[in-house]
Structure formats: structure tokens, C-alpha cells
Ligand binder design. Structure first.
Ligand code: DGL
Length: 269
């Protein structure tokens, strides 16, 4: 039976990716699920992120989704592969955001020196290095965990002095690893919101990539290449938003991530 496309994140951040998917592919029905009650995932163990992500993906399957996108980098890094290999019920698919990013990175870097800014969990998983090495083994990857960036965004301190100080120091740390980096991936759902600050501390010749558009383009390709999945996605342009935390505060905080007001409901997973 046809069903909506599920989009999952640990909280609000995945809305930056979802916004682009929905813009590019407005014909489909979508269910967005944010696990706000258990956010952040970026500091949690492999087992915990895997369990939480699996629960949420299965909740989306129960709600009728046949295809679920893990918009969260940490979940993509720590849970996607295991879920794909061990847990998927027949006819259900789960995709992440790391592969679409690493597959197309060669379209951006000219000197094969790429910086990855992400949560601690994503960095420690080495997923970006592993995936990059599969598709583009000549690319050197320089990673930096930026544990303070998610709280800055969550606390709406995007343009504060603290944000400037922290971002400047972290960008310096990344370039201390290699001054030749010519492309930086914002490999965390929250970081695109800090782009106006980040771009002030990154040299002008460096490309800064947010994942939303990239993921939306790759999803479009994927659906073309997989008609057996595409035909299982319902197309009425209907959007549903769920959070595992309080719906009213979810609604109040989503505008900076999604760009418009939404109506959400609480969901237990
Ligand atoms: N959504 C997470 C990510 O993209 C960031 C927030 C969190 O740590 O849960 O890695």
C-alpha cells in the first residue's frame, strides 16, 4: 500500500533538510518526526542512537511510511547501516544523509581537501571518512566536532557574541589541520542556521555546503532510479508533523528551521 515519505531527526534540525526535500518534491505526502524528548543524539553512545533511531523509524513504518529518510547526521552515522542490514521489514527502506553528501562532494572540491564539521558522534563514527574513501579515495578529509554549535542554535543565540567567539575558534581549529581545505560540509542539521556567522570566519575562496539541497537532489535521483519505491509513495502533497516532546513548544520553535509556521502533534514512540 502507498504511504507518505517519513523524515526523521533527533529534533528540529532535520527541518532544514525536510524544507528542501519538500520544496523539490512537493507532490509527495510526508510525515516529519522529531525526537525532541531525547535530543541531542550527538553526544550519545552508538547503542543508544541506534535504539532511538530504530524506534522512530519503526514508528514511521507503523504510520504507513514505506520510505524513511534519516535527516539527522548522527543517526545516519550511527544507526543507518545496522538498521539496513538487520532490521528492515520487507518492502521498507531507510536512507540517510551521509551517502548523498559524500557521493557528490567531488563536484565541489577542486584540490581534494574537504573539511567536515559535525557532532562528536558523527565525527567519532568516522562515517564521513569511510564513505568518502569509498567514492573518492583521493580526497583528504579533515573532521572537527563542534559540540557547542547545536546548543547555540537551540537556544536561539545564533548571532550572539558567544556564537561568534565559538565559531571563530572552531573554524580556526579546522584550518589548523590543513590550511588548504577548499570545501567545508556542514554535516549537522543545525549548522546551516549558523551560516551567516560561519561565513565570516571562513576564507572567501572556500565553498561551504549545507546538505538540504544536496539531499533533496539525490532523493529525486533515487526515486527515478527506483520506481519500485517511488510507486509506493503517496502523492497528495499532505504534510504531518510529530514530536516526541510537547507539540506546542515544537510549533513555537520550528519557524527558524522550517521558515514557516506548522501545526504539530505529540507522538509516543
Ligand atoms: N540532528 C543532529 C545531527 O544532524 C544534531 C542534533 C543532535 O545532536 O541531536 O547530527
Amino acid at each position: 500500500m502507498q504511504g507518505p515519505i517519513g523524515v526523521f531527526d533527533s529534533g528540529y534540525g532535520g527541518l532544514t533538510v525536510f524544507k528542501e526535500i519538500q520544496k523539490k518534491l512537493p507532490q509527495y505526502d510526508y510525515i516529519y518526526l522529531g525526537d525532541n524528548a531525547r535530543c541531542p543524539y550527538g553526544i550519545r553512545s552508538f547503542e543508544t542512537v541506534y535504539e532511538y533511531t530504530k524506534e522512530c523509524a519503526f514508528k514511521l513504518f507503523d504510520l504507513g511510511c514505506n520510505l524513511v529518510i534519516l535527516a539527522c547526521n548522527t543517526a545516519s552515522a550511527k544507526a543507518l547501516r545496522t538498521i539496513q542490514q538487520n532490521d528492515l521489514p520487507e518492502g521498507k527502506r531507510v536512507l540517510g544523509v551521509i551517502r548523498p553528501t559524500t557521493e557528490s562532494i567531488n563536484e565541489y572540491t577542486k584540490n581534494n581537501k574537504v573539511g567536515i564539521l559535525a557532532t562528536q558522534g558523527t565525527v567519532l563514527s568516522e562515517s564521513y571518512k569511510i564513505e568518502m574513501n569509498k567514492f573518492h579515495p583521493t580526497i583528504d578529509v579533515f573532521q572537527l566536532a563542534c559540540p557547542l554549535w547545536v546548543p547555540l542554535v537551540e537556544n536561539n543565540e545564533i548571532d550572539s557574541k558567544a556564537a561568534h567567539d565559538i565559531v571563530e575558534k572552531d573554524i580556526q581549529r579546522l584550518f589548523d589541520q590543513s590550511s588548504e581545505i577548499d570545501t567545508i560540509v556542514l554535516a549537522c542539521t543545525h549548522y546551516p542556521l549558523l551560516l551567516p556567522v560561519i561565513s565570516q570566519y571562513v576564507p572567501e575562496n572556500v565553498t561551504i555546503l549545507s546538505q538540504g539541497e544536496l539531499v533533496a537532489n539525490k532523493l529525486t535521483d533515487y526515486l527515478h532510479r527506483h520506481p519500485e519505491v517511488e510507486t509506493q509513495c503517496s502523492k497528495n502533497g499532505h504534510l504531518t508533523f510529530y514530536t516526541t516532546d510537547d507539540a506546542k513548544s515544537f510549533e513555537a520553535n520550528t519557524t527558524i528551521f522550517y521558515g514557516q509556521k506548522i501545526t504539530a502533534s505529540h507522538l509516543d514512540v
